[in-house]
Design a protein around this ligand. Structure first.
Ligand code: MEV
Length: 337
């Protein structure tokens, strides 16, 4: 039996635009998906998944039978989650040159499903690590990131960047621009996450931006402007001392850029009333800045605030189901046992 875990992430800047070759800066957070893999004597796959939302629910299936969770997630999202697990298994079989390997797989996740915190990437990264180790093969973090990207790419019909999977495999803050992926050293940024209890459909949201961008030149310009925000933000991060607490100036500047980024994502049609209301609640509580994180449509926002004010205000916001501080996870994928 092998157990591996990998972190979720928030986007400081750059989601959606990263799909079109602009840079993005996602940051891994200390909320993990843990995948337990047991090799089987036959070639069957049996999956048990638990706690795929912050509330927690159970989905158990073997073969095609799935018991639906009673939570507010779009139709098909659980199937999509199982699609990611299947894709991870295919990558592990390929990496270990064991096309007929069968597994019993258990997924336990602290990351809400489809809510912008990189749940699918974390499951795929941890799943590939655990399944390959179970077959006696140890992959580098770079290879896990690459294989996890290919798994996401297949499940999302070619509409995926390397951002989520690279960030989950490596941990820390990362910078992704096309195939160029690297870690960047940052001070410990004070992230606060607000969760509306819902989820968005990444494929649909990415397709919506693609159509808008194809139809209107100004939508294409908006995507490029998000890239400009990322470039401005990363300059500030490079100037900062990663071993010290972030300065007030740095937080103010990053916050202003996050606000700007959220405005452009809203213009691209990927925000929602609940996300906007949580963003405004965070700003009014004194956060340095706030924006949606991930594909949007519902799910989570991320704010910057070193005090408890934003978290408290979010908890009293009607649209917010949960709010929590999210520490930067510097470790990435790891084997647990
Ligand atoms: C989803 O977490 C982030 C998107 O930019 C899609 C991707 O990068 O693959 C919307």
């Amino acid at each position: 039996m092998t157990v591996s875990s990998a972190p979720g992430k928030v986007y400081l800047f750059g989601e959606h635009a990263v799909v079109y070759g602009e840079p993005a800066v996602p940051c891994a957070i200390e909320r993990r998906a843990t995948v337990t893999v047991d090799a089987r004597a036959d070639d069957h796959i049996r999956v048990q998944a638990r706690d795929l939302s912050l509330d927690g629910f159970t989905v158990e299936y073997a073969g095609d039978t799935a018991e639906r969770p009673d939570v507010d997630v779009p139709e098909g999202l659980v199937d999509a989650a199982m699609g990611y697990i299947d894709a991870a298994v295919e990558q592990a079989r390929d990496a270990a040159d064991a096309p007929d390997a069968g597994f019993d797989i258990t997924v336990e996740s602290e990351i809400p499903l489809g809510a912008g915190l990189g749940s699918s990437a974390a499951v795929v990264v941890a799943g590939i690590d655990a399944a390959t180790r179970e077959l006696g093969v140890e992959l580098s973090k770079d290879e896990i990131a690459d294989r996890a990207y290919r798994a996401e790419y297949d499940v999302q019909d070619g509409q995926a960047s390397r951002a989520d999977t690279f960030c989950s495999a490596m941990g820390g803050a990362v910078r992704v621009e096309g195939d160029d992926c690297r870690r960047i050293e940052t001070p410990n940024l004070p992230f606060v996450v607000g969760f509306d209890g819902g989820a968005g459909d990444t494929g649909e949201l990415v397709a919506g931006v693609r159509d808008l961008r194809a139809e209107y030149g100004f939508a294409a310009d908006t995507v490029e402007s998000i890239g400009d925000i990322v470039r401005a933000g990363e300059e500030r991060l490079y100037d900062a001392d990663p071993d010290s607490e972030p300065t007030a100036d740095l937080l103010a500047e990053l916050g202003r850029l996050m606000d700007f980024d959220h405005g452009l994502l809203e213009a691209l049609g990927v925000s929602s009333r609940t996300l906007d209301n949580m963003v405004w609640a965070a700003r009014e509580a004194g956060a340095h800045g706030a924006k949606l994180t991930g594909a949007g449509g519902g799910g989570c926002i991320v704010a910057l605030d070193e005090t408890p004010e934003t978290r408290t205000a979010l908890r009293y916001t009607a649209e917010c189901r949960d709010a929590f501080r999210a520490e930067l996870d510097r470790e990435g994928v790891r084997v647990e046992s």
